[in-house]
Design a protein around this ligand. Structure first.
Ligand SMILES: Cc1cc2nc3c(=O)[nH]c(=O)nc-3n(C[C@H](O)[C@H](O)[C@H](O)COP(=O)(O)O)c2cc1C
Length: 409
């Protein structure tokens, strides 16, 4: 079965050279909304290492859809800089997806001087750090504008040379604020049943598919579960997957958990508090908030393929192509996923540790990933040199201070 991982795969209108996908992992390799040289080198290295498709994490479809101040957002000016990254990936033989979304009320690093949009109104716990204390429920006109923003964003991704967009509907961002009952308490056609909660995210996907679906692949990343008793369940995820399939999704990437309420579920293990405090500073507001959250999290022992019981239930119930994600750590894991009917595997931490893992497993399938699940990489999202694995040489800070199109650092 491992051989199949190295076979090309059709996803909508594109063909991936193999079935290894680098999962979106916030690179923090952008400066004032523009990708840096570090971003280009990072994705080029992954493509050269044999990943079929790498994913640039979370490009906001609107300026107010950002979570962090330097984050990428899709406007005309950024297109040529993004093109430098996609060209480099293509030259190395890989494909590249843009993860696109809108933060909604999940805005942790910027103060927005008006109420943030979400599925519901009221107090906004995720906005506590920057004073974004209140949110407001989107109405039909807001939703129409948001659909337009996603469509325009996807069109810019085509112009920038991306092969796919991955619409992020998990982890607590705007579309997840509709899918998850942890936020969505609406009483109209967009709240209540799982079908209703999926209505707006599906509308976004259908509009994007209609606009760009013949030129690039349209993927969605969804939660298999929110990992909380009040959250979306695997039964909800099955309903969501069916609805997104009907809306035209070419493939779903299966993840889980929410950034604020269940980060431990997302990573199948606890955050590395020491690394977080080292990078953020012990006495910073963010550091203190993360320390408080970490203390209330259940203690989790990492297990390989930790979303298996959820993701296989979804696999049995839907026919749409699915990428398995969560704790893929060995060639045996990859073979097991493909054997169970998943079409691709998506990996984040293992590829941060070894960007050439697909090549390594081709010649030495018996060697497991060197990632030890220390989760330090998650803390380095906030480092000025950009996200990196602490077991590798540190990133070059200078490369994260010049534009992607600049050949020199
Ligand atoms: C450093 C880091 C940053 C991440 N940032 C994002 C992100 O921006 N968007 C996203 O959808 N997931 C993000 N994730 C989650 C991963 O995509 C993935 O869901 C998770 O790491 C589990 O996969 P793994 O076991 O292969 O690491 C991030 C993960 C890591 C390690």
């Amino acid at each position: 079965m491992l051989d199949r991982a190295y076979e090309p795969m059709q996803v909508g209108p594109i063909t991936l050279p193999n079935r290894f996908i680098k999962a979106g992992a916030n690179e923090n390799m952008s400066m004032a909304g523009m990708p840096t040289r570090a971003m280009l080198e990072h994705h080029r290295e992954l493509a050269a290492g044999g990943v079929g498709m790498t994913t640039m994490a979370y490009l906001a479809v609107d300026k107010v859809g950002r979570t962090l101040p330097d984050q990428l957002w899709l406007n005309d000016d950024v297109v040529p800089e993004l093109r430098a990254v996609t060209d480099a990936v293509h030259a190395a033989g890989g494909k590249i997806a843009a993860q696109i979304t809108h933060g909604g009320s999940f805005v942790t690093g910027i103060f927005v001087p008006r109420r943030l949009q979400s599925s519901v109104s009221g107090f906004n716990p995720a906005g506590l750090l920057r004073g974004n204390l209140m949110r407001r429920a989107m109405n039909e006109a807001d939703m129409d504008r948001m659909v337009d923003a996603f469509v325009r964003g996807a069109e810019r991704c085509v112009a920038a040379g991306f092969d796919a967009v991955e619409i992020h509907m998990g982890h607590g961002y705007l579309l997840n604020q509709f899918l998850s009952p942890m936020d969505n308490q609406r009483r109209d056609a967009y709240g209540g049943s799982a079908e209703n909660r999926a209505r707006f995210p599906a509308r976004v996907l259908a509009a994007v598919k209609q606009q760009v679906g013949e030129r690039i692949a349209v993927l969605a990343k969804i939660n298999v579960s929110d990992g909380r008793s009040r959250g979306a369940t695997v039964e909800d995820a099955i309903v969501t997957a069916r609805i997104l399939e009907a809306a035209g999704a070419d493939m779903l990437v299966l993840s889980g958990g929410r950034n604020v309420e269940s980060g431990w579920f997302m990573f199948g293990s606890n955050i590395n508090l020491d690394a977080m405090l080292q990078v953020l500073g012990k006495w910073s507001l963010s550091g203190m908030a993360i320390a408080a959250t970490a203390k209330s999290a259940p203690k989790i022992d990492f297990q390989e393929l930790y979303f298996w019981q959820y993701s296989t239930q979804i696999r049995e119930q839907v026919s749409i192509p699915l990428a398995y994600l969560g704790g893929v750590k060995s060639a045996d894991n990859v073979a097991q996923c493909l054997e169970a009917g998943f079409d691709a595997v998506a990996l984040a931490r293992a590829l941060l540790r070894e960007p050439d893992l697909p090549q390594k497993w081709r010649s030495k399938p018996e060697e497991p990933s060197l990632c030890d699940n220390c989760n330090s990489c998650v803390a380095y999202i906030y480092h000025p040199a950009g996200t990196w694995c602490i077991h590798r040489p540190a990133n070059d800070l200078r490369a994260n201070q010049v534009l992607a199109s600049s050949g020199t650092v």
